[in-house]
Structure formats: structure tokens, C-alpha cells
Design a protein around this ligand. Structure first.
Ligand SMILES: NC(=O)c1ccc[n+]([C@@H]2O[C@H](COP(=O)([O-])OP(=O)(O)OC[C@H]3O[C@@H](n4cnc5c(N)ncnc54)[C@H](OP(=O)(O)O)[C@@H]3O)[C@@H](O)[C@H]2O)c1
Length: 191
């Protein structure tokens, strides 16, 4: 029988299926040996606590909550998700940790993506320009350590206890670069 390492619930409609019922189904899958661990995604702190409790009743830990978290999107620090993750020993998997490429330093007012991101509010000229100050700081830090700005942005997340960035890659070079960031430590990050 095949086993999934981490079986995650993505967006959920809690009016259709309650958190309790969903977690009960996920626990059954773990008990049947079809998944090793259960995660959720885009769950608010209160939803996470409910999922954690529902799984705990069935003897299964909640392994992760996958949410948007990057240097340019720091909601988990103020909406209670990061605190709840740490309290409950749930790994925060941060998606879009490079802010869809913006934190790699390759996009600016003159160079914007040519795919769907070009239409996204986040890639509007104003936002891309405003992000350049952060990109500049990442570049300055990276130059000291021989690292790309994106690697510094990922290292910032990796230095946070209980946080693991999920960087997207379009090619082998991206994957290699992003994996390399795990060997680079941002020493002064706290919290
Ligand atoms: N749970 C959810 O709701 C949710 C939502 C969104 C994403 N995700 C997941 O999160 C993961 C990553 O998120 P993401 O793809 O949105 O954003 P990301 O990791 O912030 O950015 C990825 C993009 O940045 C560029 N890039 C990546 N590495 C690079 C490098 N080393 N140098 C230069 N450019 C680089 C590539 O695009 P270009 O080369 O085209 O610029 C790549 O597609 C994916 O696994 C995705 O499935 C989950």
C-alpha cells in the first residue's frame, strides 16, 4: 500500500464539512496507514486549534499549517497563527516565501512577469516599486555572504523556530538555489 508523508487539507468550506468531520476523516486515513501525518492550509488560529483538538481526540497530531508568509506578507506574526503553531507544536509551512519571485530581486518597475502575475494587484507598479527597499536590503546582506537576495529571504524564514518555507521553482537552477538557502544562516533574526 502506498503512503503519503503529509496529507494536507487545502481550502475548506466549513459549512459543507465541519472541521471536526474533516479531521475525523483525516485521522481515519492515518489510522489506515495511508498517510503518516496530517496538515491543514490557510487555517486561521481558531480553526487550527479546533483541528488540532479534533485530531488529538483521535490520537493524531496536527503536523502543519500552510499559510502565506514572507518578508512582504507577515500576517502570521499578528493574526495569531505563528503563536498558535508554536504553542501546539505545529510546523508553519510558509507558501509564497519569495513573494512569487519579487524577493529574488529580478523584478522592478522595468521588469515585470509576463504571466498571470502581471495582472495581480501585488505586482502593480506601485507595489513592485515599494518592495525595492526590502530587495535592496536583501541584496546588501547577500553580498556580504555571497548569497542571492532570494536565499536571504528564505534564510530569514528558516531562522524562525517552527517555520519551513515552501519555495516554488520553475527550473532546476531555482530548486538548487532555493535548497542552498538552508545552508545559509541569518544570525540576528529573532522571534
Ligand atoms: N496553500 C496555498 O494556498 C498556496 C498558495 C500559493 C502557493 N502555494 C504553494 O507554495 C509554494 C511556493 O509558492 P509560490 O510558487 O507561490 O511562490 P514563491 O516560492 O514565493 O515564488 C516562486 C517563483 O519565484 C521564482 N523563483 C523561485 N526561485 C527562484 C530563484 N532561486 N531565483 C529566481 N527566481 C526564482 C519563480 O518564478 P519566475 O521565475 O517566473 O519569476 C518561481 O515560480 C508552491 O509549492 C505552491 O504550491 C500554496
Amino acid at each position: 500500500m502506498q503512503r503519503v508523508d503529509l496529507y494536507q487539507l487545502h481550502w475548506a468550506d466549513f459549512e459543507e464539512v465541519s472541521i471536526d468531520d474533516a479531521m475525523s476523516a483525516f485521522a481515519e486515513i492515518v489510522h489506515a496507514g495511508q498517510a503518516s501525518a496530517v496538515g491543514v492550509s490557510n487555517f486561521r488560529a481558531a480553526e487550527m486549534r479546533q483541528a488540532h483538538a479534533a485530531l488529538a481526540e483521535r490520537g493524531v497530531p496536527l503536523a502543519s499549517n500552510q499559510v502565506h508568509y514572507s518578508l512582504l506578507h507577515r500576517s502570521p506574526e499578528v493574526d495569531g497563527v505563528l503563536d498558535a503553531c508554536r504553542e501546539l507544536n505545529v510546523t508553519l509551512l510558509s507558501y509564497s516565501p519569495l513573494e512569487q519571485g519579487l524577493l529574488t530581486g529580478k523584478y522592478d518597475a522595468a521588469v515585470v512577469p509576463i504571466d498571470g502575475r502581471a495582472e495581480a494587484a501585488w505586482f502593480s507598479a506601485g507595489n513592485v516599486s515599494a518592495a525595492q527597499a526590502v530587495v535592496g536590503a536583501l541584496r546588501a546582506i547577500g553580498e556580504r555572504y555571497g548569497a542571492e537576495p532570494g536565499a536571504v529571504a528564505l534564510a530569514w524564514l528558516l531562522a524562525k523556530p517552527g517555520v519551513v518555507p515552501l519555495a516554488g521553482a520553475k527550473n532546476a537552477w531555482h530548486a538548487q538555489e532555493n535548497a542552498g538557502s538552508s545552508g545559509f544562516r541569518v544570525g540576528s533574526v529573532t522571534g
